[in-house]
Design a protein around this ligand. Structure first.
Ligand code: AKB
Length: 321
């Protein structure tokens, strides 16, 4: 990724910025485009504010319009969403937040200076009718969670607004994201972050998935770099306006715990699968991301051993401090 450009006219808004991806994305975009050119927003104030922040409930369309016009926003990273596990507790609210917020943003992008939108999609768009191994870019999308349904529909709306109104909207199907900066909540892949905290603090972990459930995963630095590289790619390279498949590593809980035990041999794991097992079993286990590699030269840096090393180091530092 090249360095930040000077005289950058970009003015970025991140919605749902308090979440796992938003916090790290904001930090990276601020380093590239300047602190004041990146406005974070959410429904609650973050514990630490490192730049401009506004309160924004994504369902309040008037407020959204006000923020976008008052701050002369040119790009929105629309991260506000309810994830797969939480979504099942409140399906209609999840549908409204995940889809209606996106529709308001796409519609504003039609006729305001807002000219670029990022929509995070997910491996949750896949379902049991999708090929499980090396899942192709163009494939069956019959998700079984409301989160997956909202993201699949969101992808189609992005494609529609691009084709019909020329909105420059770009999207990635994120695998499970593994990060040390925050503890994610509400997702099915969260176990892969939780285990580091439990292992380092207590030498034990009770896993809510079966030991052999393999899922696609990605380290946060790869996810952030992919997002920025896609958003900065010349428009003519971005030929796909539904979510790009993106891949870095795939592992099962057992494979992850074996790698962690190289650093924490005392780690004792038990398995107690809950409702999230059914969600995980409906997703695919590895992803073919050749399209992203061909079109905008995506490539990942972190595999399982590199990710476990950096996660163990970073989370250990946190607890020592
Ligand atoms: C979740 O588990 O819901 C998310 C995702 C894969 O989109 N991490």
């Amino acid at each position: 990724m090249s360095n930040a450009t000077n005289n950058n006219p970009r003015k970025v808004l991140i919605t749902g910025a308090n979440g796992q991806i938003g916090q790290v994305l904001a930090q990276n975009l601020r380093a590239r485009y300047g602190t004041d050119n990146v406005i974070t927003s959410d429904i609650t104030k973050p514990k630490v504010t490192l730049g401009p922040f506004v309160f924004l409930d994504i369902l309040n369309t008037m407020r959204l319009q006000e923020v976008i016009t008052d701050h002369k926003i040119t790009e929105v990273y629309h991260l506000a969403a309810i994830l797969s596990a939480s979504g099942e507790w409140n399906p209609i609210k999840t549908w409204n937040i995940n889809l209606n917020g996106l529709l308001s943003i796409l519609d504003l992008a039609k006729d305001t200076p807002l000219d670029k939108v990022f929509f995070p999609s997910t491996i949750a768009v896949f379902g049991t009718t999708t090929p499980r191994v090396d899942t192709p870019q163009d494939t069956a999308l019959q998700p079984e969670t409301v989160y997956g349904m909202s993201k699949t529909s969101g992808e189609l709306w992005c494609n529609y607004y691009h084709n019909k109104f020329g909105v420059d909207v770009r999207s990635i199907r994120y695998p499970g994201i593994i990060s040390h900066q925050s503890i994610p909540a509400g997702g099915t892949t969260d176990y892969a972050v939780e285990v580091f905290h439990e292992a380092i603090q207590h030498n034990k972990y009770e896993c809510f998935l079966e030991k052999d459930t393999r899922l696609p995963m990605m380290y946060i630095d790869d996810a952030i770099r992919a997002t920025i590289e896609l958003m900065e790619a010349p428009a003519e390279k971005v030929k796909t306006r539904i979510g790009y498949n993106l891949s870095a590593m795939s592992f099962s809980p057992e494979e992850l715990f074996t790698e962690i035990k190289k650093y924490i041999p005392e780690l004792a794991v038990t398995y107690k699968p809950d409702f999230r097992q059914e969600i995980a079993s409906s997703w695919t286990e590895s992803i073919d991301d050749q399209r992203a590699r061909d079109e905008w030269q995506w490539s990942h840096d972190y595999g399982l051993p590199e990710m476990v090393k950096v996660m163990t180091e970073e989370i250990s530092k946190k607890y020592k401090a």
